[in-house]
Design a protein around this ligand. Sequence first.
Ligand SMILES: O=C1O[C@H](COP(=O)(O)O)[C@@H](O)[C@H](O)[C@H]1O
Length: 244
Amino acid sequence: MTAAPRVVVHPSKQILADAAAARLVGAIVDAQAERGVAHVALTGGSMGSAIIASLAAVPGRLAIDPTRLHLWWGDERYLPAGDADRNDTQNDEAGLASFGIPAEHVHRVAGPDSSESPEASALAYGEAIREHGQGSWDVVLFGVGPDGHVASLFPHHPAQRITDAIAVAVHDSPKPPPDRVSLTFECFERSHQVWFLVSGADKAEAVAAALAPGADRWDVPAAGPRGSDATLWLVDADAASGIG
Ligand SMILES: O=C1O[C@H](COP(=O)(O)O)[C@@H](O)[C@H](O)[C@H]1O
């Protein structure tokens, strides 16, 4: 059973980031109270870093026990560690380290400097997720591209159709860089909460398409993921402008 999408519109990108950060603190604190340990999948892109930056200003963040929080990425660009175009680098630059989470709890996807191929990196990441044995994600954060992509799952891309795998190598990405690693839809399906963080008029068409009745994830990947407890579209007014 999954939760139907619920849309929450915010006046601006900054208010969206700030409100989503406060909501994330609450979700992590609740997960730690209910399940002991919280596992959160972060996202790259503009909103992925905006929420990290806003988290640093949430007073309640001190209610989070950083030793019982594990951070992962829903996808990563297959680039060397520290490369400016990596999602984790951009999240680091937004202030990730300020939360004092043990480095071994920040699970980074291996790049070409430490893995033989995107396939080997995807396999290793999947193994790491399996080793942590978490039954499901407490929160998965998604940005949404103008084409409706989420993580590195793009419209009509064969990586969407990989099953029986936690993570997949993505080649020929329509958005540079061409090689990436992404968690699969099958992996994302094991989520308590799925949140789509979307800002900007350039995303309005994708938001409307993903929320349209009968939307197919093959055409609009953002139509796919849903949480068992909540599926939230946290958007600003510009991104919501196409919703009927
Ligand atoms: O390439 C990517 O794009 C998406 C969306 O990014 P945005 O800047 O348009 O919000 C992002 O969520 C994903 O992690 C990243 O690899």
